[in-house]
Ligand binder design. Sequence first.
Ligand SMILES: NC(=O)c1ccc[n+]([C@@H]2O[C@H](COP(=O)([O-])OP(=O)(O)OC[C@H]3O[C@@H](n4cnc5c(N)ncnc54)[C@H](O)[C@@H]3O)[C@@H](O)[C@H]2O)c1
Length: 289
Amino acid sequence: MSLGRFSRLSMMTGRNVQAAVNMTTGVLKYSTLQGSSSKLAGKVAIVTASTDGIGFAIARRLLKDGASVVVSSRKQQNVDDAVMKLQTEGLKAVSGIVCHVGKKDDRTKLFDEAVNKFGGLDILISNAAANPAVGAVLDCDEDAWDKIFDINVKSAFLLSKEALPLLRKRGGGSIVYVASIAGLQPFPVLGAYSVSKTALLGLTKAAAQSLATENIRVNCLAPGIIKTRFAQAITDPDASRDIALQSIPMQRFGVPDEMGGVVAFLCSEDAAYITGETIVASGGMQSRL
Ligand SMILES: NC(=O)c1ccc[n+]([C@@H]2O[C@H](COP(=O)([O-])OP(=O)(O)OC[C@H]3O[C@@H](n4cnc5c(N)ncnc54)[C@H](O)[C@@H]3O)[C@@H](O)[C@H]2O)c1
């Protein structure tokens, strides 16, 4: 039967299921969206900076696994485009709102969106990051240092704090910080950024300890070099690409979907006994602290 004879209906019984009806026979045929499961069915997630790159891939994977997801970033147009793109893929349980993670009002609206659209919150993914300074850590000027720590660390801390009442209401939940392999082994040219990511490893452990008895798990993803706009300066020019590839045993850069899979695992029941951990996904790049 050719697909052309079917009209596609999305969202029949769940977010992971595509339904197609044969217009001649009226017979309904269901198929599961590629790479999807229902491991996160009934869960509500917020992903910051999720209209592009790793954040978008995380949002898409959580949706495919059955969660309802609020996507966000600083520009309304990017939010609208991301929501449209996901809905076009049949992932209808998505909502979007502008959120600059450094602005309290925006964070409040982000949480309100999850509550108003989907009834609560189970999963917080803190993914936003800024890096206005390139160079050795002690060459970083104060303004750049403050911006890096405001966005990469303080916002992750505040988002977690503000999410707690909602997670507690649901009897538990999952928080995942997106750090970097540079947080374990500083990149010389990303000095201050690397230190900010090291702080997230500490926040993961400290928050996980204090929330462990409340069924709220806190974990961290440390990506290696992943092909996104953020990493273009490394992955695009021939010279830097070749040098970077030499440091990766798998001899290739990661792709955002590979990060989405790790985060979805950390948020799922498969990771029910995992908290306070950082998972490095780097193609084997050396990582130590
Ligand atoms: N791409 C890589 O190689 C790589 C490696 C390790 C870690 N990471 C981390 O992964 C995460 C996602 O990065 P990416 O590679 O997808 O690049 P990206 O540029 O798509 O993601 C970073 C996002 O953060 C957003 N952002 C910056 N300031 C913000 C603010 N105040 N409020 C809301 N959003 C803000 C940016 O607009 C951008 O969309 C980041 O935390 C980054 O540090 C990326």
